[in-house]
Design a protein around this ligand. Structure first.
Ligand code: AHR
Length: 525
């Protein structure tokens, strides 16, 4: 059963279903019963690790100060990369990083970022303001990815660049012969070629990438894609990613897929969650009530419908699902904090962000047959960040903790999940009372990710595996005293995972409690 069909389950049928237990309770009680069946006997597609990818743009303090401080900095660093940030990212096994943009990719000229740092040009950052000193360029990015063990996803400049500029960059990155460009890389300190796994051909071509129309972009895509020639000694195919639609722009998907599907390896959709879906009034990251809480969760759940619709269009031109759907920008986007001179797109991250992240990851798991990479926006200090930094200090956000808890799904086989629960309702907005996904890892352990979105009601969960039985269950929970709870530099552990206690089993059914406003990940053996 797909996540979207949970919405169709009404509280009345749920009450009938659980009547045999005499446990049916209404929406007004402080605890609600829900039932979940994990179909362990119906394995689906592999949940690609790359779904846990991240995006790091040359923007605000995302890279400068967030990742890169330079070797001479008083902040502890490994060859210029912040040690605290490197350690935290390693701990969650980031599978892939997208760089240098975003919008910035279509104004970036790679030669600005190679060679001796003091001699690199300073350019205006036209997309995000301020100046780009280019201290963090090709070598710094590729070495950073190597340092944290991530694959690389490079966005090339289509809006303001040429196929020649792109193919020269690729040669610089991947050539191991004696070409002048390969020798230039060696002279700049890197002997061995690097591996580029993904290549984004333009970004948001419908907007900051050139305000193109789909047919024009599709032709440009075809031209650029033709000149992607990786040239290492063991060339591995580079996945060419087309710049896809924003949100529900299905006409863009139709236009690009119909004109270029045979040359596209992956198609990138962007979707941001705004509390009220209004780009002029996004809302506060920290100062919100239950109306914004449920609206944001509801907005995050829209990802399911968007993936379903874009996949259906892709199916027309790619019925065998050769082309991956990648969500190479996703996350929450709020207004800047009033009165705070923060760098561009800096925002706090609350328990609300943790729930939106878990719900989105659950949706990706359910679409694992088509969705093979995603990159949350962004890694450090920008939008729905994993990590916030301030000079020497660093704090892990609630979103980071969800990525940590959900690591067990990387590479697992997705399992269908059926949830029966009354909706959580506020005003006229409904969201499922429990939202979930499941997967089985290589060791045979079944992992279940669960979200209880209610701010004040506990879920009494009745959980069964069909086609198999678990002898033991272990879990981790992420919750906090309030829907607005945040981690700050002064109080970094307000929202932090803890072990989940109190599960019991009877006749093959597990019973456990999901506290209000919580994310839970279970390991069932
Ligand atoms: O993530 C911030 C920006 O959002 C990206 O640069 C752009 O692609 C999108 O509009």
């Amino acid at each position: 059963m797909k996540i979207s069909s949970w919405m169709a389950v009404h509280s009345l049928s749920f009450c009938l279903l659980l009547a045999w237990e005499g446990t049916c309770v209404g929406q007004t009680a402080k605890a609600i019963d829900a039932q979940i069946i994990v179909h362990a006997d119906r394995p689906g597609a592999v949940i690609q690790r790359e779904i846990y990818g991240q995006f790091a743009e040359q923007l605000g303090h995302g890279i400068d100060q967030g990742i890169w401080v330079g070797e001479a900095s008083a902040i502890p660093n490994i060859k210029g990369y912040r040690k605290d940030v490197v350690d935290a990212l390693k701990a969650i096994h980031v599978p892939v990083i997208r760089w240098p943009g975003g919008c910035f990719a279509d104004e970036y000229h790679w030669r600005d970022g190679v060679g001796p740092r003091q001699q690199r040009p300073v350019r205006r950052n036209l997309s995000w303001g301020g100046e780009e000193i280019n201290a963090f360029g090709t070598h710094e990015f590729m070495d950073f990815a190597e340092l944290i063990g991530a694959e690389t996803y490079i966005g090339v400049n289509v809006g303001g660049g040429t196929p020649r500029e792109m193919s020269d960059w690729l040669e610089y990155l991947t050539a191991d012969g004696q070409s002048s460009i390969a020798r230039e890389r060696r002279a700049n300190g890197r002997d061995k070629p690097w591996k580029v796994s993904y290549l984004g051909i333009g970004n948001e071509a419908w907007g900051c990438g050139g305000h193109m129309r789909p047919a024009y972009y599709a032709d440009l895509y075809r031209q650029f894609a033709t000149f992607v020639h990786p040239s290492g000694s063991e060339p591995s195919p580079i996945v060419r990613v087309a710049s896809g639609a924003s949100g529900d722009d299905f006409a863009w998907t139709e236009g690009v897929m119909s004109a270029a599907a045979e040359l596209i390896d992956a198609y990138g959709v962007h979707y941001y969650t705004l509390p009220m879906n209004d780009w002029n009034k996004k809302g506060s990251a920290t100062d919100f009530g239950e109306a914004e809480w449920i609206a944001t969760l509801h907005g995050a759940l829209r990802m399911d419908e968007l993936l379903t619709m874009h996949s259906a269009i892709m199916d027309k031109y790619d019925p065998k699902k050769r082309v991956a759907l990648v969500v190479d920008e996703w996350g929450t986007w709020y207004d800047p904090q009033p009165g705070v001179a923060a760098p561009a797109l800096y925002q706090q991250n609350s328990l609300r962000d943790a729930l939106t992240a878990a719900m989105t990851l659950n949706i990706f798991h359910a679409h694992a047959d088509r969705v093979r990479m995603a990159n949350i926006a962004q890694m450090v200090n920008v939008l729905q960040a994993m990590i916030l930094t301030d000079q020497k200090r660093m704090v892990l956000t609630p979103t980071y903790h969800v990525f940590d808890m959900y690591q067990v799904f990387q590479g697992a086989t997705s399992l269908p999940v059926e949830v029966r629960s009354p909706d959580y309702i506020f005003g006229n907005v409904h969201v499922p009372g429990v939202q979930a996904s499941a997967g089985r890892d290589a060791a045979g352990i079944v992992h279940v990710g669960l979200v209880n979105p209610s701010p004040d009601k506990t879920i009494r969960l009745h959980l069964r595996l069909s086609g198999s039985q678990a002898k033991s269950i272990k879990g981790r929970i992420l919750t906090a005293p309030a829907i607005t709870s945040i981690n700050t530099f002064e109080h970094p552990d307000v929202v932090k995972p803890a072990p989940l206690a109190g599960a019991s089993s009877k006749d093959g059914e597990w019973m456990l409690r999901l506290p209000p406003r919580s994310v839970v990940v279970l390991d069932m053996r």
